[in-house]
Ligand binder design. Sequence first.
Ligand SMILES: [Zn+2]
Length: 167
Amino acid sequence: MSCAICSADTQTTKYQVKPKDCSVDVCDNCLSQIDQPDSKKLDTNHLRCLDNSMWSESEAVLVVVYRLLAKLSDQDKLDMMYLDDETLNWAKQDESQDIHKDAHGVVLNNGDTVTIIKDLPVKGAGFVAKQGLVVKNISLNKSDSSLVLGKINGTAIYLKCSFIKKR
Ligand SMILES: [Zn+2]
């Protein structure tokens, strides 16, 4: 196997390009760059290989290249890359970031207005949040990307992202 990032003809490991269940074969050297949390310690010499792999036909490879270039803060090359919206979205869904998405996969932000798409009994509050109910000014739960906080009947409750739709 050769490395999908630097094309070195060496032993490769499967690297999962989260959050998708999709992997690319990378050499140890590239893997250590991907896993390097400190951008100052990146091997810029080795990462010149991105000049080639940024034109890869594999979306998974492009996502890895995009994230590495972002770590290098190489805006010029990021601008040169061609990624369709879906791939760009994927590239930006780094593991370190929690992305909140509604039932249809639309990204949610603080302050959004959402509609409840399913009757939800609110535990402890003694009422049901009805389907179709509009909740304004939600806030994202930082520690759990499946929950947002919204006020219903004056009570702040957690809503599951899979039960709401952005308006
Ligand atoms: Zn490599």
